[in-house]
Design a protein around this ligand. Structure first.
Ligand code: PGA
Length: 252
């Protein structure tokens, strides 16, 4: 099954609008020169509108980092799916920072994911085990349970409607990436079969599964060589043009 690699930059809470536009402009020539790789930028919400104007027609996709599941109402500080869909084609759902710092439950992740799909957005669903769970040998169990909870009641008509990102929590922002081989084994034996159980072999086989957690230009190629790894969700290394473009080039 041929899957176009996706390299996504999650800027988290970094960059003002002016700084973000400057960074995206610096990345654009390198990202536009890519062949057979899709690139995606997920800046803070304040930058979405101007960024969509900058990226319009560039071939570089735009995504948000979060949304609320309700269509509108008294939800101070939140953004509705349709507000995100005005500017974006992707949205990150269930990042471990949202789960851990903002108390997002599996149920909230499920609601957000369903609302994103309804709004025509492609969710990037993040799943991953903690260090403690990993050391206890519970990674497979945690991943299966997070996937089943987030995707319960979800129907998909095409594989491109959803992206999954495997992000072991202990690898995020630590400089300690998982090994490409271990990641590939987990995706092959746990993530892809769980997706196949939910959506069937054809959809699961065409769906992109990314790795995230301390991906850098110098370790990216080793991940992308693995047959189950279809790209990366990049945090820290997406904050400079040479490192993000370097990672995207490694996916080529
Ligand atoms: P990192 O973050 O690349 O800085 O480890 C990855 C992520 O949180 O998506």
């Amino acid at each position: 099954m041929q899957r176009t690699p996706l390299v996504a930059g999650n800027w988290k809470m970094h960059k003002t609008v002016a700084e973000g536009l400057q960074l995206a402009k610096a990345m654009l020539p390198g990202l536009q020169a890519l062949d057979g790789v899709e690139s995606l930028i997920c800046p803070p919400a304040t930058a979405l509108m101007p960024m969509s104007a900058l990226l319009d027609g560039s071939g570089v996709a735009l995504g948000a980092q979060n949304l609320h599941w309700e269509a509108e109402g008294a939800f101070t500080g939140e953004l509705a799916p349709q507000m995100i869909a005005e500017f974006c084609s992707y949205v990150i759902i269930g990042h471990s920072e949202r789960r851990a710092i903002f108390g997002e439950s599996d149920q909230a992740v499920q609601r957000k994911l369903a609302a994103a799909l309804d709004a025509g957005l492609a969710p990037i669903l993040c799943v991953g085990e903690s260090l403690q769970e990993n050391e206890a040998g519970r990674a497979a169990e945690v991943l299966t349970s997070q996937l089943r909870a987030a995707l319960s009641g979800v129907t998909l008509n095409k594989p491109g409607a959803l992206v999954v990102a495997y992000e072991p929590i202990w690898a995020i922002g630590t400089g300690k990436a998982a090994t490409p081989e271990d990641t590939n084994t987990l995706l092959r034996n746990v993530v892809r079969p769980t997706l196949a159980g939910l959506f069937g072999d054809e959809i699961a086989g065409g769906m992109r599964v990314l790795y995230g957690g301390s991906v850098k230009p110098d370790n990216a190629a080793a991940f992308f060589q693995q047959d189950e790894i279809d790209g990366a969700l990049v945090g820290g290394a997406s904050l400079t043009a040479p490192s993000f473009v370097g990672i995207a080039q490694a996916a080529q």
